[in-house]
Design a protein around this ligand. Structure first.
Ligand code: E4P
Length: 218
């Protein structure tokens, strides 16, 4: 499963890309707004930091506007993936952009039915939102499992990108469910590396070594 950062904060992308575990980045209009920068500028910079797929979302809600914006976003860099919402005009824009060779991420997916439509429209990936389903007392991870299974049974090539990840256990569960990609905020990636036994173990290794050196020198 590929790991993506879900952020438009360039400084954290730069810092975490250095770990060598990131395959891409997703953004959305709220995340770009939080960065305080223009979408074109921030996407351009992210594409120069991470060579993998970088999702940038259209702001129009009618098909012609989405298509025009998608073409413009796709021209920023070869690794831009155009994000469109899972609404009828988004499906229309997806099928046109996909037929032109643009990779499309169909976002705001909350059901297997919607994911089937995204695959039929030629989406490069579909983004089921786990956390937002959990928030309304539905089982977000079960939706991911259902989509993975439908795509496997039907032989769809569309990737499943587990989104709206809120904690590190969501990442493990998404991997077990067979998601192709998991996108997460920087704080979740930082949680993934942490384990108290790793920290205690390292502290003890280094203390033991230091002690033996001091004894040898005494
Ligand atoms: C996915 O591409 C979205 O940007 C994101 O995962 C939304 O997550 P949220 O529900 O935490 O805002």
């Amino acid at each position: 499963m590929d790991l993506y950062l879900d952020t438009a904060e360039v400084s954290e992308i730069r810092e975490l890309a250095a770990w060598g575990v990131l395959s891409g980045v997703t953004t959305n209009p709220s995340l770009v707004a939080k960065s305080g920068r223009s979408q074109a500028e921030v996407i351009q910079e992210i594409t120069s930091i991470v060579p993998g797929p970088i999702s940038a979302e259209v702001l129009s809600t009618e098909p012609q506007g989405m298509i025009a914006e998608g073409r413009k976003l796709a021209k920023i860099a070869d690794n831009v993936v155009v994000k469109v919402p899972l609404i009828p005009s988004g499906l229309e824009a997806c099928s046109v952009l996909a037929s032109e060779g643009v990779n499309v991420n169909v976002t705001l997916c909350f059901s297997a039915n919607q994911a089937i439509l995204a695959a039929q429209a030629g989406a490069w990936c579909v983004s089921p939102f786990i956390g937002r389903l959990d928030d309304i007392n539905e089982d977000g991870m079960q939706t991911v499992r259902d989509i993975v299974e439908v795509y496997r049974v039907q032989g769809y090539a569309t990737r499943v990108l587990a989104a709206s990840i809120r904690h590190s256990n969501h990442v493990t569960q998404a991997a077990l469910a067979g998601a192709d990609i998991a996108t997460m905020p920087a704080k979740v990636l930082r949680m993934m590396v942490k384990h108290p036994l790793t920290e205690q173990g390292l502290e003890k290794f280094l203390a033991d070594y230091r002690k033996s050196q001091e004894e040898a020198e005494a």
